[in-house]
Write a protein that binds this ligand. Structure first.
Ligand code: CDP
Ligand code: CDP
Length: 222
């Protein structure tokens, strides 16, 4: 049996998973793996090639023929077939379409296999939607990070305003709610907390407070 440390962080869009997971990874010396970036990379490739997003077989073939590398660093770099797509996978168009591609069972099977392989090679903290339920059901610890849709939209709006975008907060709340709905209601691996996950509602908490809460939980319970 593997003795590797693997920590799962799941939750809805904008809950703070990647921000918190990166900091916990740094404090505990773990490799951070952003599984959302993998679904985004396949979506970007599908959009560029004009693949019909309703064609599950074509999307599955595309995922199989795609090489995705997550290069660790302060700003994790994402390589799609060797090209740096770190920024491109965060475009509004990819964000709008990603949950459709992620609903395809064949795409998930391929990416989940790769994620398990990565977790088998080193100690990791992995964030996504199905890490505690499907990818790493025997994870060392599982956290389900959440916050109200309004707070998550405010966080995203702040981030976007800092990058110079004008933001319509009502539209952002609606978009987040729609993606949450699709992620939680799909047939394969829907977004639900694992039965043994620690639920952490971060509404009103700072990033540091969430990180400290996770680290003290791990110190007390491991
Ligand atoms: O960062 P943000 O919350 O916007 O999303 P993300 O983590 O980059 O994930 C983008 C999308 O990929 C999600 O809305 C899900 O549809 C899908 N996803 C998934 O289905 N399973 C995962 N393990 C990770 C992401
Ligand atoms: O990965 P996920 O989509 O769950 O969220 P994120 O991209 O890590 O976080 C969204 C934004 O919320 C970032 O700008 C964070 O700095 C901010 N934030 C947070 O993550 N946690 C808090 N408790 C407060 C703010």
């Amino acid at each position: 049996m593997s003795q590797r440390v693997c920590i799962a962080i799941d939750g809805p869009a904008g809950a703070g998973k990647s921000t918190v997971a990166k900091l916990v990874a740094h404090r505990l010396g773990l490799l951070y793996i952003d599984t959302g970036a993998m679904y985004r990379a396949v979506t970007l490739k599908a959009l560029r090639r004009g693949v019909d997003l309703n064609d599950a077989a074509a999307l599955t073939e595309l995922a199989r023929a795609t090489n995705i590398q997550l290069i660790p660093g302060v700003r994790q770099t994402v390589l799609l077939d060797g090209e740096d797509v770190t920024e491109a996978i965060r475009s509004p168009e990819v964000t709008r379409c990603v949950s459709v591609v992620a609903g395809v069972a064949g795409v998930r099977e391929i990416l989940v296999d790769r994620q398990r392989q990565m977790a088998g090679e080193t100690d990791v903290i992995m964030d996504g939607r199905d890490i505690g339920t499907v990818v790493l059901p025997h994870a060392t610890a599982k956290f389900f990070l959440t916050a109200s849709a309004e707070e998550r939209a405010r966080r995203r709006a702040k981030e976007m305003a800092e990058k110079g975008y004008t933001v319509d907060i009502t539209g952002l709340i609606k978009e987040i709610q729609e993606r949450d709905y699709r992620d939680s209601h799909r047939k394969v691996s829907p977004l639900v907390p694992a039965a043994d996950a620690v639920i952490l509602d971060s509404s009103g908490m700072t990033v540091d407070e969430v990180v400290n809460r996770i680290i003290s939980w791990l110190e007390k319970n491991q």
